[in-house]
Ligand binder design. Structure first.
Ligand code: COA
Length: 375
């Protein structure tokens, strides 16, 4: 016997602080001025490069991002700090990721008309995990009061869609009846705010997706018709911070490659064809013609990238209703981006309508989830 998996609820936890592009650029330029004056002798002697200022116009034009939500604003905007500052938590308190995920998870369960008693598994799928172990997912399981099991996984920006594939396959096979996939993304803590090439890219958020077998659903929901995941190794998005750091002679923490690094241009050029082909192949294998797609909920990294993919997939320029972007408000929230887009832009679909959630990013990785609205 096989079961059909449905997404019956999603939830979004939005952090309390907003940083606009204007605030971001003011802080960065203050940091650059401090740095340049501190190192003026070397800069004048030509032995060190001065830091060039950032600009609001560039950020909006290059990315489409207008603002981002963050868990701490003061540290990021302090030119003497330039990263978030969180209070020390004791091991007896909920961790920050667990707290954010809990909020999103409860919203997802509420949307599905379910309680933690109805959850069989919790998957915490995120691009960075707060600690090595115990799994953040198991802590979330405990905070929710869920029986069953939980585990963490990381496929960077594709963590959510890969998690959805795992959960929906487990539901299909009958090993579980339901799962919560949570994506707490504290991107502000691994972004290098002192690098103008990328300081505007990320924001913080947590999302949750509740998936259950159709016979148990209280709401219509979206049937997961199929999922496809693909990976292809690349160093063009990389973060070298890892547990071997202390064991190596060059294991300095505050080094550029211990935060997010990317070769943005190359990512742009290489990931676009990978994603467009991946979606086209997935649709073809499922005999869903592009014009049958009512909506594309894409990863939210860059507006031009999404415009390009939308055009390639549909064979024409998609309307903003067909391919909604949320990156102007949230920036790139790694694995959570396509789930925010889905959560905030799916209620109007009618029974029978098809849509596709697609993530892509470091790895490289790409994951697509083909759904159909139930009536
Ligand atoms: N303010 C002003 N100028 C800036 C700037 C800033 N904040 N950051 C970079 N510039 C400058 C660069 O130095 C460069 O100057 P030059 O032409 O004199 O060398 C110029 O603007 C263009 O920079 P470039 O990095 O080539 O811009 P871009 O058009 O490629 O846009 C990204 C940058 C990152 C927005 C874009 O490459 C991108 O989105 N790539 C894909 C990223 C992605 O999806 N990553 C996945 C992460 S999960």
């Amino acid at each position: 016997m096989t079961y059909r998996p449905l997404i019956t609820g999603t939830g979004v936890f939005t952090p309390p602080h907003i940083i606009t592009n204007a605030e971001l650029v003011t802080a960065f330029n203050a940091y650059a001025a401090l740095y340049n004056s501190e190192h003026s002798a070397e800069i004048d002697a030509g032995t060190r490069n001065a830091i060039a200022p950032s600009s609001e116009e560039f950020i909006l034009k290059a990315s489409g991002i207008e603002q981002r939500f963050v868990m701490d604003k003061a540290g990021i905007l302090d030119p003497h700090v330039m990263h978030p500052l969180f209070r020390q938590r004791s091991d007896d308190e909920p961790s920050l990721m667990a707290e954010m995920a809990l909020d999103a998870a409860l919203k997802a369960l509420d949307a599905a008309g379910k309680t933690p008693d109805d959850v069989d598994a919790v998957i915490c799928a995120a691009s960075n995990l707060e600690r090595a172990y115990p799994a953040v997912a198991i802590e979330i399981q405990k905070l929710l009061g869920v029986n069953g099991f939980a585990f963490d996984m990381n496929v960077a920006c594709s963590s959510a869609t890969f998690g959805i594939q795992l959960a929906s396959d487990m539901i299909r096979s009958g090993s579980i009846k339901s799962a919560l996939i949570v994506n707490p993304e504290i991107c502000s803590a691994h972004l290098e705010w002192r690098d103008r090439d990328c300081h505007f890219i990320f924001g913080d958020v947590a999302t949750a997706t509740f998936i259950e077998r159709d016979s148990a659903a209280n709401v219509a929901g979206f049937e997961i018709l199929s999922t496809r995941c693909a990976t292809d190794f690349s160093n063009n998005i990389r973060n070298n911070n890892g547990f071997l750091r202390r064991s190596r002679p060059d294991g300095v923490i505050d080094r550029r490659d211990m935060q997010f690094m990317q070769n943005g241009r190359k990512v742009f050029k290489e990931v676009l064809p990978m994603v467009s082909t991946h979606i086209a192949d997935h649709l073809e294998q499922m005999a869903v013609a592009p014009d049958m797609l009512r909506r594309l909920w894409l990863h939210q990294a860059n507006k031009s990238m999404n415009d390009f993919i939308g055009r390639k997939v549909l064979g024409r320029v998609p309307t903003s209703a067909e391919q909604p972007n949320i990156l102007q408000d949230y920036a790139n929230t790694s694995s959570a981006g396509s789930i925010i887009a889905f959560s905030q832009n799916s209620a109007d679909l009618c029974g029978g309508d098809h849509g596709l959630i697609c993530s892509f990013g470091a790895g490289y990785s790409v994951g697509s989830v083909l759904v159909q609205r139930r009536s």
